[in-house]
Design a protein. Structure first.
Lengths: 224, 257
């Protein structure tokens, strides 16, 4: 096998991208725990640890740039490196949404808790699943799985619409909860964005495999 | 790709050296006023294919050509076609600069003179040197020996010499392989300019060069059973970002063999 060194570098890069994905996943889980338990210490940790996610993203970007400059990658190698660059940014932004939820927890503090709308933990679970599956579809170069991630986004959007509707109804019926409910609107927004970012990752997987850019949905059968 | 306006077309083109096949059944369209790169591993027949376009293979006694090469519809291997005439229309630039041991001026004037050019030859020499992006560097020493020029300048002189007979197609066989990176970029820049008025075919080992300079790329391959067959042809941006054939993919990502 020629280019063994380059291949090893690509493998390491993807392994580090997965690591970044795990960091982001943990941040989302922790942020949701903090919200659920009104745990300020945990919330503070999520906010502080976002710096590590940012650093990891820059590290990945630098490695991609080094490989592009020194190895002049073409075809699938080029597509892979461009996808890693892109996905690293998507993951980092997902980390920011987790941080956002952490900050909301800190704002809510130990106020008299308003009951968390039931859709919110459900959205978080779906977002995490989509994140995991989007990265798995990258590792396996699995366009079917990438397409499934896309399909899941519609469900998250439906949950988001539902939770917004619910919150606005509650606000109307019980104006005292407006401030606390607004915080949940933002949490729901952050979770909806996390799911969107997972679909962006899925989009990049399609690009790596097929070379097609954009919101292209590959038919589940009969690829070239 | 649908809009490709071909100036040259090969149909079922095969080339033999004695009994040994060097090019196998190639159908290729060469776009007018565009740069077409031919890439492929050593021994894949890319230089042999290039030489078919101006019948340079005629000069090799053992070479035999089958199939057709159409130049704006004219079969270049037709009985009444004079290969010398063809070479005025379809010029060639070689791997190593090969200026004649004459002055810069005489090198460029050589082709038109033996061709019986009747016009203003000084003007033609200047125009050719300007087109080859060499004029400013040599205008004060046109009588100096061509061998006093640097390698990159010599190659541009050879391009000027090819342009002086006013060809429509320029064939380039590894034109930068003997040049340093700066001289290489100068030639590539020149090729892009020339492609507005000329159709260029370049054979190159340097894939980055093919990617940088060409509009279209043809990938030729050699296998145990077959030599010099066309694997894939397409727009260069497609070939270098998303080749359709896995053999092209393996070759351009350096994982060949």
């Amino acid at each position: 096998m020629v280019r063994a060194d380059f291949d090893r570098n690509l493998e390491e890069l993807e392994a580090e991208l997965l690591l970044l994905g795990e960091m982001v996943e943990k941040a989302i889980i922790k942020a949701m725990d903090a919200l659920e338990r009104r745990d300020l210490t945990l919330a503070y940790e999520v906010v502080a640890e976002d710096d590590l996610i940012d650093e990891k993203r820059f590290e990945l970007e630098e490695k991609c740039i080094d490989l592009i400059a020194t190895q002049q990658p073409l075809a699938v190698d080029l597509r892979t490196l461009l996808a890693v660059l892109h996905i690293a940014v998507e993951l980092e932004r997902m980390g920011d949404y987790a941080e956002g939820i952490g900050k909301i927890c800190m704002i809510i503090g130990d106020d008299e808790p308003v009951e968390t709308p039931k859709q919110i933990p459900q959205m978080a679970r779906m977002g995490i699943t989509m994140l995991r599956r989007s990265l798995k579809s990258l590792m396996d170069r699995d366009t079917d799985l990438a397409n499934d991630v896309w399909d899941s986004d519609d469900e998250v959007d439906a949950l988001y619409d539902g939770v917004c509707h619910q919150i606005f109804l509650d606000m109307g019926q019980n104006p005292k909860t407006i401030e606390a409910s607004t915080h949940f609107l933002w949490v729901a927004h952050d979770l909806e964005r996390i799911a969107d970012r997972a679909t962006n990752i899925a989009e990049r997987v399609i690009f790596v495999v097929t070379g097609r850019i954009g919101r292209y949905k590959q038919p589940s059968q009969g690829t070239d | 790709m649908q809009n490709l306006d071909p100036i040259l077309q090969t149909r079922g083109l095969s080339v033999y050296y004695d009994a040994k096949k060097a090019v196998t059944d190639v159908d290729l369209d060469v776009a007018r006023n565009r740069i077409t790169a031919i890439i492929g591993p050593s021994g894949c027949g890319k230089s042999t294919l290039l030489r078919c376009f101006n019948r340079m293979n005629d000069l090799i006694p053992s070479a035999r050509v089958e199939g057709q090469v159409l130049f704006d519809g004219l079969d270049l291997y037709g009985h009444d076609v004079d290969p010398t005439e063809i070479r005025y229309e379809i010029g060639m630039v070689f791997q190593r600069p090969n200026p004649f041991p004459k002055s810069i001026y005489d090198n460029v004037a050589f082709g038109p003179r033996i061709n019986g050019f009747q016009g203003d030859i000084a003007e033609l020499v200047e125009r050719s040197l300007v087109r080859a992006a060499l004029w400013d560097e040599v205008k004060d020493r046109l009588k100096a020996s061509a061998l006093s020029l640097s390698g990159g300048q010599q190659q541009r002189l050879c391009i000027a010499r090819a342009l002086a007979v006013e060809p429509r197609v320029i064939l380039m066989d590894e034109p930068c392989s003997a040049l340093d990176p700066i001289a290489t970029l100068a030639i590539e820049e020149l090729m892009r300019e020339l492609s507005e008025d000329y159709s260029i075919i370049i054979v190159t080992h340097n894939m980055q060069q093919a990617a940088r300079v060409s509009h279209y790329t043809a990938f030729l391959m050699v296998e145990e059973a077959r030599v010099g067959f066309l694997v894939e042809f397409g727009e260069s941006r497609q070939i270098f970002t998303n080749p359709k054939d896995e053999r092209t993919e393996a070759y351009i990502t350096g994982r060949f063999g």
